[in-house]
Design a protein around this ligand. Structure first.
Ligand code: PGA
Length: 265
């Protein structure tokens, strides 16, 4: 695992966007795993800007998102399909038929999850999976005690996650956060050929330290990325505050030739 610490959130987001952009330039028909949440909004903004400037082509790209709320249709402004259309898909030259999220309104959720796994298989698997981490330690919506071999399935959200995402829902407009979601499993995520995790902000400092430097445990699903052999974690200083090996991560980033093209971003 590589851990890269950038001075602020903007440079962490820029570096993340550049890694994704370069992967797409190397493989125009990349299968990209995508994540939602506040952390990713600026990354998508940067990718959309590159596309607009003619510097990045999504026409052959396929995408699979990590998760979706149960019960929210695409047109609901709190659904992750809505988020993805708004923040990325409607701003780039991607063929919407190549963009996938679980359907949280499916009558048979188990069949929907099996179908989603099948679609990923048929696409040849995910080349690069973008990840955040939640305050509960989740990747996707894999809450504590999710098996490291779990696959796409329906899950129950923890009080921590309900508190983290609840403020996006406006009760005055009749909005209520679902307490269930469909998510790629931890095992599904680990099958991606490359993992790129972006974590910013002081409030994530404890959980990311537990995930990266603590023991691997299903109590912190994000710790499962320690099992992956091609994984980079990009942090801002605030999120990196509780890491014990910061100096080592900094010198590795400065000295490793594979990061030569990324140091000035
Ligand atoms: P956030 O969500 O980017 O809104 O903090 C990340 C997550 O919960 O996985």
């Amino acid at each position: 695992m590589d851990v890269i610490i950038r001075p602020d959130a903007a440079s962490a987001e820029a570096l993340t966007a550049e890694i994704i952009a370069n992967a797409l330039r190397v493989k125009p028909n990349l299968t990209l795993g995508l994540a939602t949440g506040a952390t990713m909004e600026k990354v998508y903004q940067r990718l959309a800007d590159m596309n607009k400037a003619g510097a990045l082509d999504f026409s052959l790209c396929k995408t699979f998102n990590l998760d979706e709320y149960v019960g929210l249709p695409a047109e609901d402004r709190n659904s992750y399909r809505y988020y993805m259309n708004y923040h990325l898909f409607d701003r780039i030259n991607i063929d919407k038929r190549n963009t996938h999220l679980e359907d949280g309104t499916a009558a048979d959720l188990e069949a929907e999850c099996a179908h989603y796994e099948q679609l990923m298989d048929e696409a040849g698997g995910v080349d690069l999976q973008l990840l955040g981490i939640g305050l509960s330690g989740h990747i996707g919506f894999n809450e504590p005690l999710s098996s490291f071999s779990s696959r796409t399935r329906a899950v129950n959200l923890t009080p921590t996650t309900m508190a983290q995402n609840g403020p996006y829902f406006d009760p005055a407009k009749g909005e209520k956060m679902p307490n269930r979601a469909l998510t790629m499993g931890v095992g599904t995520i680990l099958d991606a050929r490359k993992l790129v995790m972006l974590v910013t902000g002081e409030r994530k400092a404890d959980i990311i330290a537990a995930a990266l430097e603590g023991p691997m445990t299903s109590m912190v699903s994000g710790s499962a990325i320690q099992l992956h052999d091609d994984c980079v974690v990009i942090l801002d200083e605030a999120a990196a505050a509780k890491l014990t090996l910061k100096d080592y991560y900094r010198s590795a980033f400065e000295n490793d030739p594979k990061w030569d093209a990324y140091r000035n971003i």
